[in-house]
Design a protein around this ligand. Structure first.
Ligand code: FAD
Length: 375
């Protein structure tokens, strides 16, 4: 019987892992990749949708185009995971694994913040970004607040990007002077591991008259008021929120999480259960929750699983490093070469915003789209 690999979640982590395993082992293993959706969308596309630069239809990458030797992608919803027996239950049946990888991403917990509603006043879901896209044209004067409810959250620079893109959006419509923009982050700096990036973002906010409030969380949205965790009340006519992030309920129910995230060895991605790994946003890797880190971790995990299948001792390690791109508005993108594990402290080398970096970002996502979906 072929070794059975079951991968839960066809996002950044699951797509890269199954692609790399297929490349290495082809049809000599039996990979089942499970996702409840019928398509993938890059996370950053939500910002483009929000500001009307693209549409949901244009961004959909259908799973029907993901065809790799040895991989069977099934559209099912995972309802239970038994990490002891490596048995997964879905709405359609059960899957037994010799090697089980949990890559279900981060979910949102709106119950933690009264006044936040998925699909309405947040831009971290496709539904929310699309809804707010239709709300934005009606916002011509007043107070806009971009606020994060809890840390850690996916793509730490995304709220800063949102603030800069909102500035451009309002300016292009000739209403910027009638509006204020406030950004609330539960971080000590916009991009804590990279002081140069944080400095550049703070300068960009100052130039554009965007008010930055650091080390504070949004605890509630009440009518036209946003409440922070120090009881500050901000007037708000437009709220663009980031809900509390945490591992999906089906993962929390396994007892593998601590403070909402799966406990793993950050370098090997192993959970405490033999031949059960967690990769991507739902794992406590010590690196930021971003697609680029999930992808690199998945590539390393593929090598580790290949070694194990071949009876060798795995040596590949999650690098905890990658390139983050940051939209500065007006088509300019900066980059941060982040490295969380190589030195005694995380580092982030900053490259100033330019059209050239914007083109790199474009080619990065185009290359992944080609690699995973052949398009
Ligand atoms: C606004 C925004 C901007 C971003 N910008 C960037 C950026 O510029 N660069 C970057 O690197 N990252 C960015 N990200 C972050 C990036 O999208 C995530 O970090 C990345 O998708 C995480 O990959 P993952 O594999 O862990 O999870 P995901 O990509 O979220 O995949 C998880 C998969 O699991 C599936 N799933 C969940 N529950 C179930 C279930 N019960 N049954 C079956 N399937 C299930 C989902 O359908 C999904 O396909 C951004 C995110 C947002 C919200």
């Amino acid at each position: 019987m072929k070794p059975r690999v079951v991968i839960l979640g066809a996002g950044f982590g699951g797509l890269e892992l199954s692609t790399a395993l297929s490349e290495a082992l082809g049809t000599s293993i039996d990979i089942t990749l499970i996702d409840q959706a019928d398509h993938f969308i890059f996370g950053f596309a939500k910002l483009d949708m929000l500001f009307g630069r693209t549409t949901e239809d244009a961004e959909r990458l259908p799973y029907s185009a993901f065809t790799k030797p040895g991989v069977r992608l099934v559209r099912e919803t995972v309802t239970a995971i038994d990490p002891e027996t490596r048995r997964v239950t879905t709405n359609a049946g059960t899957h037994d694994a010799d090697y089980l990888v949990i890559a279900l991403g981060a979910d949102y917990d709106v119950s933690a913040t009264p006044g936040i509603t998925l699909g309405e006043n947040e831009f971290y879901t496709v539904a929310g970004a699309m809804h707010l896209r239709d709300v934005l044209p009606r916002f011509k004067a007043g107070h806009a607040v971009i606020g994060v409810c809890h840390a850690p959250f996916k793509c730490p620079p995304a709220p800063s990007e949102c603030a800069l893109m909102l500035h451009d959006y309002l300016q292009d419509r000739g209403v910027r002077d009638a509006c204020t923009i406030t950004l609330v982050l539960p971080l000590s700096a916009p991009v804590p591991p990279s002081p140069d990036t944080s400095k550049a973002l703070v300068a960009a906010f100052e130039e554009r008259g965007i008010k930055l409030i650091l080390t504070r969380k949004v605890t509630a949205v009440r009518g036209k008021t946003v409440i922070l965790d120090d009881n500050t009340e901000l007037p708000c006519d437009l709220f663009l929120g980031v809900p509390r992030n945490r591992a999906p309920d089906v993962v929390v129910a396994t007892g593998m999480t601590q403070d909402g995230w799966v406990t793993i060895d950050p370098r090997t991605l192993e959970t405490k259960f033999p031949n059960v790994w967690a990769v991507g946003d739902l794992a406590n890797t010590g690196a930021p929750k971003a697609g680029v880190f999930a992808e690199k971790a998945a590539a390393a995990l593929a090598k580790r699983i290949v070694s194990r299948v071949q009876g060798e001792e795995p040596t590949a390690k999650n690098p905890g490093a990658g390139i983050c791109y940051i939209e500065f508005g007006k088509g300019l993108v900066a980059r941060v070469d982040a490295d969380f594990f190589s030195g005694p402290a995380p580092t982030g080398i900053y490259t100033a915003p330019s059209a050239e970096v914007a083109a790199f970002k474009q080619s990065w996502s185009a290359a992944l789209s080609k690699r995973w979906f052949s398009r």
